[in-house]
Design a protein around this ligand. Structure first.
Ligand code: TPP
Ligand code: SF4
Length: 285
């Protein structure tokens, strides 16, 4: 397989220079490296600029309601465990509108990968603050600057015991591709928060701003992602230095393993033609 095997015919509707292009290329490259076939893959999303990504991948696609990509992905994975299920979501879609699903599905730990395009802004609706917008940043709506403290998704995920927590950067394609490959291989809920410049509405967290700050955790002597306290300290680092890479790993049992689903035939194999639903329908008489 090559990345082009995962190219759909939909025209891409992002602004020139948007960080989403880097994520799209990395997803295609990772799927090729993983030797997946389009029929093996389900790309899931909600609403937003990030949520358009599945349209541009040749694979199965489910595009649902705002903030509801994760529960749809979990359901699909449980019913059809042979699928590789990847959610593409924005910082608003995932941590704001879908925040409750994010938290409780880390607990559920179904074997899905969640890639958050974190541009620290609502892109599709033209630049309002999202949960990850830096405090003090001025937008047309938050004209006096954002008053709330920003949400820290990686700290939250580690605190919730998510077994794979990483940060990528859309401009570092090679590293991001590797992170996606590792996240898909992880059995359980895997999270990659990706720094994704929005060149149109976020004038603070630009390529230049990130370039000055990011560094690769692999080059950090002695850092062990299995050390929860060390991982938590790295996840909290934001400002002059921003770490990239796998921040936290833990051996956890996935939802399928905990429920013994892996030893049973997949629900998708059930022949629903033999199910008599007349009794159920009677309840609605
Ligand atoms: C229930 C609901 N509330 C609000 C909206 C309006 N809306 C559409 S996209 C969006 C924010 C998207 O921001 P984000 O998830 O960060 O993605 P981006 O567009 O920046 O990639 C909002 C508020 C909606 N479509 N549905
Ligand atoms: S508005 Fe921002 S996030 Fe949306 S396509 Fe343009 S640059 Fe990308």
């Amino acid at each position: 397989m090559i990345p082009e095997d995962f190219k759909s015919s939909d025209p891409v509707a992002w602004c020139p220079g948007c960080g989403d292009f880097g994520i799209l290329n990395a997803v295609r490259k990772a799927l090729a490296i993983l030797e997946k076939k389009p029929r093996d893959v389900l790309m899931v999303s909600g609403i937003g600029q990030a949520a358009k990504l599945p349209h541009y991948i040749k694979a199965n696609c489910f595009n649902g309601l705002h903030g509801r990509g994760i529960p749809a992905a979990v359901a699909a994975k449980i019913v059809n465990p042979g699928l590789t299920v990847i959610v593409n979501t924005g910082d608003g879609d995932c941590y704001g509108e879908g925040g409750n699903h994010f938290i409780h599905n880390i607990r559920r730990n179904a074997d899905i990968t969640v890639i958050v395009h974190n541009n620290q802004i609502y892109g599709l609706t033209k630049g309002q603050a999202s949960p990850t917008t830096d405090s003090g940043y001025e937008t047309k709506i938050q004209a006096e600057g954002v008053v709330l403290e920003a949400l820290h998704p990686l700290e939250l995920a580690i605190a919730m015991g998510c077994g794979f927590v990483a940060r990528g950067y859309s401009a570092n394609s090679e590293q991001l591709t590797g992170l996606i490959v590792e996240a898909v291989k992880h059995r359980g809920f895997s999270l990659i928060d990706v720094l994704q410049p929005c060149v149109t509405y976020n004038k603070k967290n630009t390529y230049a701003w990130y370039n000055e700050r990011v560094y690769d955790l692999v080059k950090e002597p002695g850092f062990d992602p299995y050390d929860k306290a060390a991982a938590y300290r790295k996840a909290a680092e934001w400002g002059e230095k921003i770490p990239l890479g796998i921040i936290y790993r833990a051996d956890t049992l996935s939802y399928g393993q905990k429920r013994g689903l892996e030893d049973k035939p997949a629900l998708i194999e059930d022949d629903i033609r033999n199910i008599d639903i007349r009794g159920i329908l009677k309840d609605f008489d």
